[in-house]
Design a protein around this ligand. Structure first.
Ligand code: AMP
Length: 460
């Protein structure tokens, strides 16, 4: 399929062409027609699938007709959980809409509110916002929604994970009832479906990703190593392989800071991004990394969500994530849009549980490469390679409030406390992953062709 088969206007086709995209990605093929037709859409897709263009292009087209935004009004509202993602969506809106006379702006917390209020004064056709700052701006009368035509809730699962549900409900209460609703989420858990029922009406449901498969263009393996040796091993890998742009994942903010210092001490330019850093520091680190001024960006999972860097060749898991689905998200940062990438995980003996969970989830035993001079003293146990019953075998984590360690004891199978504990787990945020990573469709997908043509890229 070509973009010209999707009924997009010549102006938008020109912008797409200038981006070097030769054909739509699967999510774009599926989402653009219903969004253009004004329908509600609920889509399982994550960052890296091209979903931003999937909703931005048809929204731009629909907004290019109709009355312009009045002062302090917004016609389309895109809500997204993180500042980085908001900034990136804002860039996409500007890029794809560069030949249209539409106004857009991005607002998020952590920076001064006044310039944002000024930009909203004339009214905007598209407003990209994080939830908290949007409410602040509304409370200060800087933005109203009487003219609102479209709502996009992006990364809905992450929005719930980050505790934005109350803000979302407050925002929904401010919007006109008559509007188009688009909801995107990497996973569709029960909680997300519950939220969706209050937002979308009779939606077109789209899913482009097989569950929890890893990106096929990414080569990934693990290096068994003792915990203490990880910083030194990382430096060796960076230097020996001459990696110039490495995104390193750390489980904790503290760990990210410490590792950044250790890398700097060894002469490798690095910076950390995580929730405790100011927005200015995060933006600076990301842009320095994108421009190649920083060799290593150390990020926590939440901060890294949505980072989109063209041709990011190398991802390192300095430690494995506790939630196995995050592994899929993390390595999805490389090998994007059909490009090749590699992801290596430094795994110490105490991480065998995380490793086993990941291998069960992706149904693959990860290749192990021990690096000379870093042979672990504490052996990483062998993988079982038995993936048959991932769900059934998953250990039941009793809820502390309910599952009686003492009161009901361990010897009373089937007692209610245990059942509650299980039910609670069943609702936990990652129990029903629905998204995985869509790029597994790469082999036959249009991405491969598109990437060959791609010269410059707006998102940098
Ligand atoms: P997203 O999932 O929206 O974050 O997009 C991921 C990346 O794919 C971005 O760098 C986009 O610029 C790029 N992209 C979006 N649509 C296409 C397409 N049809 N062909 C090639 N690259 C694309």
């Amino acid at each position: 399929m070509n973009f010209s088969d999707l009924n997009l206007s010549p102006t938008l086709l020109q912008a797409i062409d200038e981006q070097g995209y030769s054909s739509p990605s699967p999510i774009q093929e599926k989402a653009i027609p219903p969004v253009l037709a004004g329908k509600d859409v609920m889509a399982a897709a994550q960052t890296g699938t091209g979903k931003t263009a999937g909703f931005t292009l048809p929204i731009l087209q629909n907004l290019s007709t109709g009355p312009r935004a009045k002062p302090n009004q917004a016609r389309a509202l895109i809500i997204t959980p993180t500042r980085e993602l908001a900034a990136q969506i804002g860039e996409s809106v500007s890029t794809y809409g560069r030949h249209l006379p539409l106004r857009s702006t991005v607002v998020f917390g952590g920076v001064k509110i006044n310039p944002q209020m000024m930009r909203l004064r004339k009214g905007v056709d598209i407003l990209v916002a994080t939830p908290g700052r949007l409410l602040d701006l509304h409370n200060q009368n800087a933005v109203h929604f009487d003219q609102l035509e479209v709502l996009v809730l992006d990364e809905a699962d992450r929005m719930l994970d980050m505790g934005f549900i109350h803000d979302i409900r407050k925002i929904l209460a401010l919007l006109p009832k008559q509007r188009q609703n688009l909801m995107f989420s990497a996973t569709f858990s029960d909680d997300i479906r519950k939220l969706a029922r209050t937002i979308v009406h009779d939606p077109v449901e789209i899913s482009v990703s097989p569950q929890n498969t890893t990106v096929e263009t990414v080569k990934h393996w693990i290096c068994p190593v003792d915990k203490k040796q990880k910083p030194a091993l990382l430096c060796k890998l960076i230097k020996d392989n001459d990696w110039q742009q490495v995104l390193v994942f750390s489980r904790t903010k503290h760990g990210a800071n410490r590792l950044t210092r250790q890398l700097e001490d060894r002469g490798i330019k690095a910076a950390a991004i995580h929730g405790n850093k100011s927005q200015a520091a995060r933006t600076r680190a990301l842009s320095n990394f994108k421009q190649g001024d920083l060799r290593v960006l150390v990020a926590t999972d939440i901060a890294a969500r949505g980072i989109d860097i063209n041709q990011l060749p190398q991802v390192v898991n300095f430690d494995l994530p506790n939630v196995p689905e995050d592994y899929v998200h993390r390595i999805g940062r490389t090998g994007r849009a059909g490009k090749d990438g590699q992801a290596v995980s430094l795994v110490s003996a105490d991480e065998i549980k995380q490793l086993t969970d990941i291998e069960r989830l992706i149904k693959t035993v990860l290749e192990r490469k021990v690096i000379g001079g870093f042979e672990p003293v504490h052996d990483l146990p062998a993988s079982s390679g038995d993936f048959r019953s991932f769900k059934a075998k998953k250990p039941k984590k009793p809820n502390h409030h309910q599952a009686g360690e003492g009161r009901h004891g361990g010897n009373q199978p089937g007692k209610s406390a245990n059942r509650h504990g299980q039910a609670k787990n069943g609702n936990s945020r990652r129990k029903k992953p629905g998204g995985g990573d869509n790029q597994s469709g790469n082999k036959s997908s249009p991405w491969a062709k598109a990437s060959a043509n791609r010269g410059s890229k707006a998102q940098g």
